[in-house]
Design a protein around this ligand. Sequence first.
Ligand code: CA
Length: 240
Amino acid sequence: MSNAKAQVLIIEDEPEIAELIEFHAERAGMRPRKVHSGRLAMDLIRREKPDVIVLDLMLPDLDGLEICRKLKQSDDTRSIPIVMVTAKGEESDVVAGIELGADDYVTKPFSPRVLMARLRNVLRRAGVIEDAPASGERMIMVDGRLIIDIDRHEVLCEGKKTDLTLTEFGILHYLASRPGFVRTRDQIISAVHGKSTVLSSRTVDVHITALRRKIGELSECVETVRGVGYRFADSGMDDA
Ligand code: CA
């Protein structure tokens, strides 16, 4: 882990949006660089290996999803986190991008603060910037109001033991292991499949409903992302 500024590559053909992201990334202590075409971006990424990529999905020359696919297929670039920028109504592209390996996304018009929070989040996960200290076998979430004891398969809500089924536990653990990251139903299925039961996309919703009921007031931590999937709320993120 280095103290050097995180290098952010902004792939965006709309100059105003690219400048907006650049401005906020600089203010957030990152080192942004912007490029307006997919082809230029591919050359630059191979040469310079940025720490994180902000990828507009609608580019004039290369399809953003194609860029994502290429980067995730190559050993050299696979580990670079990607945050997609999409237009409203492109939810199916978001799902496709996440399944290709993109880490997160924002939808235009987006709040720069939310985008910066997402970037910090992926940079933390990638080990580029300091992460919170590991909590061992227990995950302490929401300022200690939710404790997930991984070894014992136990969940404490507001200090009270809460009985979850194995599937509910698996889903909660999976979502909570990356707060702020949206997961598609298919990803949830592959993560918890086989541990207890066979899941279909529809039964994921049923388990989530049951899980939310059991964790009561904390249920708002399990957010529905319309058209995409679910995510555990990032309490460090101010969703302005
Ligand atoms: Ca565009």
